[in-house]
Design a protein around this ligand. Structure first.
Ligand code: NOJ
Ligand code: CA
Length: 689
């Protein structure tokens, strides 16, 4: 059968024109999305994507450049076609949705060079109803064992000058604000030299992924990658005149290449999510589905939780990470205070930053190798005692490993550091990679660092440790395979509101991030600032949302670890804190109720293992009236809804803390009109009656 198909395809393809009507095609299970292979007379191969009959990706070609070998991409002949179909439902050990359907049709096209050395590779497409992924596979073959990849030329030919929400293709950091512009106006180079980024490198007019777009007829597209393993991260280079994007892999100045791989080998999946509306993008599980199943087995030690910590006080400048300042935050006594607060309020974890020696030598130093170790506490911090105290109160400590971007130092200590955690019964670590990578010439998102981040995950798993990485490699759904990949940063978090010299995160930030960065996976944003104006500590900074929006973020943002980041004294006695006490972090199911990229978003989630629901809505600087329909609730059941909404005169700048808390009885037929203040939000707890 397979042979017959191959012969047939070869016959059909003997005519040398682009897109012969009979070119190999694969459609999604419902038929909505169609991918067609194309070839031209110089033997280039590529693809076209259609959605409900309209072309969304026009003829786009593939190719690779290697060191010491001719480029691959011309003179190809289609040697074989394989098709398959797949449908399963799998269960996440923790997540935003317990059961996920993985339903696709697959087409694998194997190409061979007509001329010597007749290299072969396969392009495998998986086409879902919510998008598609494809990857390049290089099977073992004679005369080719190692490939030094200088460039990958994977094209995405757009069909219009779409509206885009993008961040620059920075090789070192994802902590840029999103810009909304037409594709033809993307100007990543204008984002160079950001005043708050220590490590940033933007060599081309390229964007990072996920990048989200809206066509003029309202279709939503998002481009990203899945299962990034032993390969550099992919940025997308932008040709504004031709409306064309092409893969631009993150490189290494140390080696001068993009990737070094050994055959057999395959690239990560290049993904395109397609939805008629913005909400549909958020409901897509394409990225997770394209990853391999759980490799770790039982991960009951990975614990979703809310946490607080010795953290925001450093970002506000009240205390410091280092001890020499005389204002050390991580003292035994201060840790006890946060633990008491966590225990009294049902927060499962306490993060303590600045607990280990070395912080005097943290920022602004070139020679950061060997500065931090991950076992030696400062003398005013009794680690064993803090762990004991926390355990006695039913709270766990979250470890902190700031590597200061010296990954070799960290790798040498991984076993020692995690063995200590194991001995202390600690299962969660927050890591950090602030600064320029040592050795010089490597970038945070290059192949060498991708492999480092993976090594950390794999080693941590052996000690039953889950990782929340800051300054990470972007999320590409690896948590499916390694469910100890708990959460990560990889976007501009709350911390920027405390010190950014560009005014912090604007009110449009979260409604944008929800439809861009969040498509990649969970993120540790650290919501929950109640003391919005940050006075007296940061007179020039503030949080640019209302308090109600801070609450809504616990539902809208998906992360299995959610911080209550503000100082305990700002929560103490505040009625709105009840929402943070109540809100869940692990979910049975998620419903995206509406939204527009950069404007607003409404999400409801059911807690895993209970029949409680939580809903969150938030808006940009536009005031908005929404109708919240509770038809996601099971019919015939009544719920006590506690509604935390912006007061009528609330405003992110003029009156951010004005909040109303109301209770009412709702059921599946209830429709609640809600007003969101400029920069505002609404959070609702739903308890079955
Ligand atoms: C950057 C992280 O994003 C932040 O949360 C942390 O406090 C500092 N690094 C120190 O590790
Ligand atoms: Ca950061």
């Amino acid at each position: 059968m397979r042979l017959l198909a191959a012969v047939l395809a070869l016959l059909l393809w003997s005519c040398h024109e682009t897109q012969p009507p009979s070119s190999p095609v694969v459609t999604s299970p419902s038929g909505k999305i169609e991918v067609a292979l194309v070839q031209n007379s110089s033997g280039q191969a590529g693809y076209v994507v259609r959605y409900e009959g309209r072309t969304v990706i026009d003829t786009s070609w593939w190719g690779f450049d290697f060191r010491d070998l001719p480029p691959l991409g011309r003179g190809l002949r289609l040697a074989a076609i394989d098709t398959a179909a797949f449908d399963e439902t799998w269960e996440q050990p923790w997540g935003e949705q317990r059961l996920i359907r993985n339903h696709y049709r697959e087409l694998a096209a194997t190409f061979a060079e007509q001329a010597l050395p007749q290299r072969r590779f396969t392009v495998r497409f998986r086409v879902y109803d919510d998008g598609l992924g494809f990857r390049f596979e290089f099977p073992a073959q004679a005369g080719l064992d190692t490939l030094v990849i200088m460039d990958e030329h994977t094209q995405f030919q757009l069909t219009g000058d779409h509206t885009c929400w993008w961040t620059p293709g920075d090789w070192d950091i994802y902590e840029h604000l999103y810009t909304r512009s037409r594709f033809s106006r993307i100007d990543a180079l204008s984002k160079r030299n950001h005043p708050n980024l220590i490590a940033t490198y933007i060599p081309f007019n390229a964007v990072n992924t996920p990048v989200t777009m809206r066509t003029d007829d309202g279709l939503h597209l998002a481009f990203h990658e899945a299962a990034l393993t032993n390969y550099p991260g992919m940025t997308l280079r932008v040709d504004t005149a031709r409306l064309l994007m092409e893969s631009e892999l993150v490189g290494s100045d140390r080696f001068g290449w993009k990737a070094l791989v050994t055959l057999p080998f395959h690239t990560p999946w290049r993904t395109i999510q397609i939805s008629p509306d913005a909400a549909g993008l958020l409901a897509s599980h394409l990225i997770l589905n394209l990853n391999e199943p759980n490799k770790l087995g039982d991960v009951s030690w990975v614990r979703p939780m809310k946490y607080n910590g010795i953290w925001w006080e450093m970002h506000l400048g009240i205390s410091t990470w280092d001890m020499a300042s005389g204002r050390h935050g991580a003292t035994t006594e201060n840790a006890r205070r946060y633990i008491d607060f966590a225990a009294a309020n049902g927060l499962g974890g306490v993060l303590v930053e600045g607990w280990n020696t070395g912080w005097e030598h943290w920022i602004g130093f070139e020679d950061r190798e060997g500065v931090f170790d991950f076992v030696t506490p400062y003398p005013d911090y009794d680690l064993e005692e803090v762990v004991r105290y926390a355990r006695a109160k039913g709270v766990t400590l979250i470890m902190h490993h700031e590597t200061s971007a010296a990954p070799r130092t960290y790798e040498q200590q991984l076993d020692t550091a995690y063995a200590l955690m194991q001995r202390l019964g600690l299962h969660t670590v927050k890591t950090g990679y602030v600064g320029k990578i040592i050795p010089r010439g490597e970038y945070h998102h290059g192949q060498w660092m991708v492999n480092h981040y993976r090594k950390v995950l794999e080693t941590a798993a052996r000690y039953q440790v889950a990782v929340n990485a800051h300054e990470p490699i972007k999320d590409t759904g690896i948590r499916r395979t390694y469910p100890n990949a708990l959460s990560r940063e990889g976007m501009r978090g709350q911390e920027f509101n405390a010190w950014a010299r560009d005014g912090g995160n604007p009110p449009a930030h979260l409604p944008t991030v929800a439809f861009t960065r969040m498509l990649a996976g969970p993120f540790d944003f650290t919501p929950g600032v109640f003391h919005i104006k940050l006075d007296p500590w940061k007179p020039d900074n503030q949080v640019n949302t209302t308090l109600a929006q801070q609450l809504a973020a616990y539902v809208v943002i998906y992360s299995p670890v959610q911080m209550a980041c503000d100082l305990p004294q700002h929560y103490e006695g505040h009625p709105a804190f009840q929402f943070i006490r109540d809100v869940a972090v692990d979910w049975e199911q998620t419903r995206v109720l509406g939204g527009e990229v950069g404007e607003y978003v409404i999400i409801a989630r059911q807690e895993r293992g209970t029949d409680r629901w939580f809903a969150g809505a938030l808006t940009n600087e536009q005031e908005r009236r929404i109708e919240l329909a509770f038809d996601f609730l099971p019919s015939g059941k009544s719920y006590r809804a506690v509604v935390y909404r912006d007061a009528d005169d609330a405003h992110w700048n003029d009156n951010p803390t004005a909040i109303e808390i109301e209770e009412r009885r709702v059921d599946a037929t209830t429709v609640l009109p809600v007003r969101l203040a400029p920069g505002g939000g609404c959070a609702i707890s739903l308890f079955p009656m």
